[in-house]
Write a protein that binds this ligand. Structure first.
Ligand SMILES: [Zn+2]
Length: 161
């Protein structure tokens, strides 16, 4: 059997499995017909540790990102799913991830990032769009009771909640 050869030679996926156990301090027990059931728990533990490690890496990249203003300021895992309609959740997610279709596109450095819908001559990023964009003034007045939002307001309303 191929699996027996892989195990005997300590190579490919078996070597990776062994290395993951060492990395995550999970006691390693040679995989054979008698230990398969015990391995289910070990595999779940490895998957859990890999998930946590991946999450920490992703958060670190977001915190240290240089192209997006809001990533370093985000509070992770706020509960904005409860009691909200799908469309609202979609907009919040797009604002928090800076994926609204705005002119600021760090991946397109040769294009103009200025807002073309107002005459404020500002970069059209999420901060401009949510905080000062004149067309949204009625919504800011309605929901925040303010004509414009400060960065602190934005932090408290969009990026934390
Ligand atoms: Zn504008």
């Amino acid at each position: 059997m191929i699996a027996e050869i892989v195990i005997t030679r300590n190579t490919l996926w078996y070597e990776t499995l062994k290395n993951l156990c060492t990395r995550f301090d999970i006691p390693f027990r040679k995989l054979n017909n008698n230990s398969v059931i015990a391995w289910e728990g070990k595999l779940n533990a490895i998957m859990s540790k890999l998930g946590i490690e991946e999450m920490i890496t992703a958060q670190s990249k977001a915190r240290n990102g240089i192209h997006h203003k809001v990533y370093p300021k985000l509070t992770y895992y706020p509960d904005y799913f409860s009691n909200r309609q799908f469309g609202d959740i979609e907009l919040i997610l797009k604002a928090r991830t800076e994926t609204l279709c705005l002119n600021y596109r760090p991946f397109k450095p040769d294009t103009s990032h200025l807002c073309t819908l107002c005459n404020l001559n500002q970069v059209e990023d999420i901060v401009h769009f949510v905080s000062v964009y004149p067309i949204l003034t009625p919504y800011r007045l309605k929901y925040f009771n303010k004509k414009n939002l400060t960065e602190n307001d934005l932090q408290l309303t969009v990026f934390i909640n």
